[in-house]
Design a protein around this ligand. Structure first.
Ligand code: TXA
Ligand code: MG
Length: 343
């Protein structure tokens, strides 16, 4: 057991020393908080899997602060990948390339011959990487299976006494994890949608694919993370689709014998009369604010043991909505408000 120290962004130098010493430090990014360790230190990387309770076949993203770091660990950088880096880095696009053999341990790559690179849009973390002088692995800094952390408090809740430090840079801006784009094969494919959208990428390199495949437990998936239960709060989440009638939702909640979690935009919250059973969490005014606050809302309800059901607003799955709905679908295990009515 270690005592977890909270660092301010001005104290990044101390945090970098811990990384160099093989310790784990959680760091902010513009998407979610990551759980950092020296990517070149196999023992440190193993501790990341242990602290998160993460299955060892699920590879880690390598966070870099320079193109030189990518060049050092990638077998090659294809021209299209370079174009995307120029356009979207620093930013929420993770790019998978073939790894230069012998440069990164199997623990980082999950035994694949590829590696995911990310250049986050967050100055304290770019400073952390530069000062540590090594790339830093960073899965989301949550207990495996739980919603990703968007505040230092969320990280503390899950990993207190398991990691050496947390750099507290306040709430993250984007709120859903980066877009993961596989560029290790001839046809680039989005493995996980994020704030950098399919349209954004196609605007630079032309047509790409998106992976909609649902992975089964015994399958070896393209992005190993796809097969595990994800973003799941203790309560059952139900998606309220854009075409659903919020009046019906209000009626169902009014008949409930228990407190129920309600996650919706201010417009929805104000347009209906909600019974006292509805515990309200505002998703702000639209899909951008909703994405920034989705995980926070799910986590808030986890702290209220009496809540067993959460009704959460869905958006059209285009643009950022694709990322939002991808996360919401997983946290709901695919359950919709409609299904509840038809039972
Ligand atoms: O926004 C983010 O990407 C955050 C912040 C901290 O940077 N990180 C993050 O990491 O979400 P993680 O480990 O929670 O999710 C990374 C995803 C996983 O689904 C993993 O399976 C996939 O990327 N991945 C990593 N390396 C891969 C590879 N070589 N091939 C295919 N998928 C890979
Ligand atoms: Mg994660």
């Amino acid at each position: 057991m270690v005592k977890t120290v909270i660092f301010q962004p001005a104290e990044v130098k101390q945090a970098a020393k811990l990384i160099q010493a093989g310790q784990l430090v959680a760091f902010p990014t513009e998407t979610v908080y990551g759980l950092g360790a020296d990517a070149t230190n196999e023992e440190a990387v193993k501790q990341v899997y242990l602290a998160k309770g993460r299955p060892s076949d699920n590879p880690l993203i390598v966070h870099v602060s320079s193109l030189a770091m990518v060049e050092h660990f990638a077998a090659e950088i294809p021209a299209k990948a370079k174009q995307l880096m120029d356009r979207f880095w620093p930013g929420s696009l993770t790019i998978i390339l073939r790894v230069k053999p012998g440069t990164l341990s199997k623990t980082v790559t999950g035994g694949l011959d590829t590696v995911a690179f990310r250049f986050p849009d967050c100055q304290p973390t770019l400073d952390l990487i530069s000062q540590a002088g090594v790339p830093i692995v960073g899965p989301s800094a949550n207990t495996s299976g739980k919603p990703s952390p968007t505040t230092a408090n969320h990280v503390y809740h899950d990993l207190n006494n398991k990691i050496a430090g947390i750099i507290d840079n306040g709430p993250t801006r984007v709120g859903v994890e980066s877009t993961v784009l596989d560029m290790s094969t001839s046809q680039p494919v989005i493995l996980r949608p994020g704030a950098v959208t399919k349209q954004d990428i196609e605007g630079v390199i032309g047509s790409i694919d998106i992976n909609h495949h649902q992975v089964k437990q015994d399958e070896v998936p393209k992005a190993p993370g796809m097969k595990y239960k994800h973003y799941a709060p203790n309560a059952q989440v139900y998606i309220v689709d854009p075409a659903d009638d919020w009046g019906e939702v209000a009626a169902v909640i009014a008949q409930s014998k228990e407190q129920v979690g309600l996650m919706a935009t201010d417009q929805v919250l104000h347009a209906h009369v909600w019974s006292v059973q509805a515990d309200q969490f505002s998703l702000g005014t639209g899909v951008q604010e909703a994405s920034a606050h989705l995980f926070e809302g799910l986590r808030d309800f986890d702290n209220q043991e009496e809540i067993h059901q959460i009704f959460c607003q869905g958006f059209e799955p285009t643009g950022l909505g694709a990322a939002y709905m991808n996360r919401l679908n997983k946290s709901a295990g695919g359950a919709h408000f409609r299904d509840l009515l038809n039972k």
